[in-house]
Design a protein around this ligand. Structure first.
Ligand code: ADP
Ligand code: ASP
Ligand code: MG
Length: 470
């Protein structure tokens, strides 16, 4: 069987959903389990409505829900032509309870993570219901499954941890029988529930992760991530207009890039796939005839191609910790990291010298408290608004001169580099720059590594032609 996950832009309106229905039906023989995100923008809008309600702006919150209701009714009318009553009745019930919730939240003046999950989980349920009805209307046998009965998680609302063993059992019980009967199963990404049945979500962008978890639980032949670009690209196409599609990459390369900001894949997606060695394929729902990017355990070495892609993560804080007193003293690093451990703060890049250590964290929560604690035994300098860049390629570890090319290209583009680290896996080179230098840095690196067809050994495909053909 096959897992097919469609992101928000692939289900943004009736035309997009119709297109998804067509793609799914074309794969019917491969027993697809379809995992959907909410229609584009809906999760953000639901969060916004919840926040408005809890900050006393009830009227504004109601207006936001009213426009979402209209949008979903309009999609149902256009998609289900004359048979939209069932969908609209369900929307009516949901929006009635959301309206009630607005009054509740405005009284308590607080939006707990648990209440937020209850609100945002509607987005995925609405989009998947619409698709299931559209498939049914085409006469395809379809079984809608509420993902909350399978995706059992801990109770860390808004970022709940999936409980793999329980999920595997539930997936076999609930998802497998209809798939074995040749039915298409439609479910939701991103949402889950605790063992007690309370709705949770597994973190923003988490539908990719849901798809991979379901795929691993069912030993799928492939996990397909359908999105709005041709595949995993050499850089973010929003910055580099001539970014190119990578035909094949390894799990390790994809994991590093996703972790360092390549939004096309949620950073946790790769783990379940690796555990069961299931290939992941990133595909474009607007150009389904393409073969996308194949991510697997190994990828062939293309002559001349060393670097596969460049990613970056914004909103980074660099913490510099120096202590001449501690010079050469053992236990210094342990003391530093013990502070981060206590605040459960994960550290991305670490660079040490004899008199200190510099490291990066990817959000500001607790940074002031951490700074205060570190200042008891060291000099601390905190710098915000930085970006971590990551240049990735399996063959970087066995190729000379890559670092020199990276830093020369950046120097020529007048980009100042701060921390430099070659990741433990040796397949990435990571460094920090100022947020203002993002565009210059991405373009310089892209020009250096991906502009030459011959040197990159045909691993990359141009996407420009497709974009203009659309
Ligand atoms: P979906 O809603 O389908 O999950 P996302 O917006 O989460 O889609 O991810 C797709 C987007 O990721 C693309 O539109 C693109 O702008 C962005 N992106 C960033 N880096 C890359 C990359 N290296 N390759 C492809 N897309 C990337
Ligand atoms: N709809 C959720 C989000 O916007 C999950 C996803 O799209 O992956 O974060
Ligand atoms: Mg996404």
């Amino acid at each position: 069987m096959l897992v097919m996950k469609f992101g928000g832009t692939s289900v943004q309106d009736a035309a997009a959903l119709r297109n998804v229905a067509q793609i799914v039906v074309s794969q019917r023989a491969r027993s697809p389990l379809v995992v959907l995100s909410a229609c584009a923008g809906v999760t953000n809008t639901l969060i916004d409505a919840g926040q408005k309600a809890a900050s006393g702006k009830s009227e504004e919150a109601l207006a936001v829900f009213a426009s979402l209701h209209l949008r979903h009714n309009a999609i149902a009318d256009e998609l289900l032509e004359g048979q939209s009553n069932k969908a609209k009745e369900l929307f009516e019930t949901d929006f009635t309870s959301l309206r009630r919730l607005v009054y509740g939240l405005s009284i308590v003046n607080e939006l707990t993570p648990r209440a937020l999950d209850q609100i945002v989980a509607h987005g995925e349920r609405w989009s998947s219901m619409l698709l299931a009805l559209a498939l049914e209307q085409r006469g395809v046998p379809v079984t809608p499954v509420d993902a909350r009965t399978v995706m059992i998680t801990g109770s860390e609302f808004t970022k709940a941890t999936p409980l793999f063993d329980v999920i595997e059992e539930k997936a076999k019980q609930i998802l497998l029988p209809p798939l074995n009967e040749g039915r298409i199963v439609v479910t939701q990404g991103f949402i889950g529930s605790t063992k007690e049945g309370i709705t949770t979500t597994i973190g923003r962008g988490g539908s990719d992760y849901s798809a991979a978890i379901f795929g691993a639980a069912l030993n799928a032949e492939e996990i397909q991530i359908w999105t709005d670009v041709d595949g995993f690209l050499t850089a973010d196409p929003k910055i580099v207009s001539d970014a190119r599609k990578i035909k094949e990459m390894t799990f390790t390369e994809a994991a590093e890039l996703a972790y360092f900001g390549a939004k096309v894949l949620h950073p946790s997606t790769i783990l379940p796939a690796v555990q069961k060695n299931i290939p992941v394929r990133v595909l474009n729902s607007r150009r389904p005839e393409g073969d996308g990017t194949l991510i697997a355990n190994t990828a062939p070495a293309y002559p001349g191609c060393v670097v596969k892609s460049v990613a970056y993560k914004k909103g980074i804080t660099v913490i510099g910790i120096q202590s001449t007193r501690m010079l050469m003293a053992h236990g210094f690093l342990a003391r530093v990291f013990e502070v981060f451990e206590r605040y459960k703060k994960s550290v991305d890049v670490v660079v040490t010298s004899e008199v200190g250590v510099s490291l990066t964290v990817d959000n500001d929560s607790d940074v002031e408290k951490i700074e205060e604690e570190l200042a008891r035994f060291a000099d601390v300098k905190v710098e915000k608004n930085k970006v971590v860049f990551c240049v990735v390629g399996e063959r970087m570890k066995s190729t000379k001169g890559v670092a020199a090319r990276v830093f020369r290209a950046l120097a020529e583009a007048q980009v100042n580099i701060e921390l430099i680290s070659q990741g433990g896996s040796e397949i990435n080179l990571t460094f920090v720059v100022d947020e203002a230098a993002i565009d210059d840095a991405v373009r310089a690196l892209h020009q250096e590594f991906f502009s030459d067809d011959f040197a990159s050994g045909n691993l990359f495909e141009s996407i420009v032609a497709h974009e203009t053909a659309r």
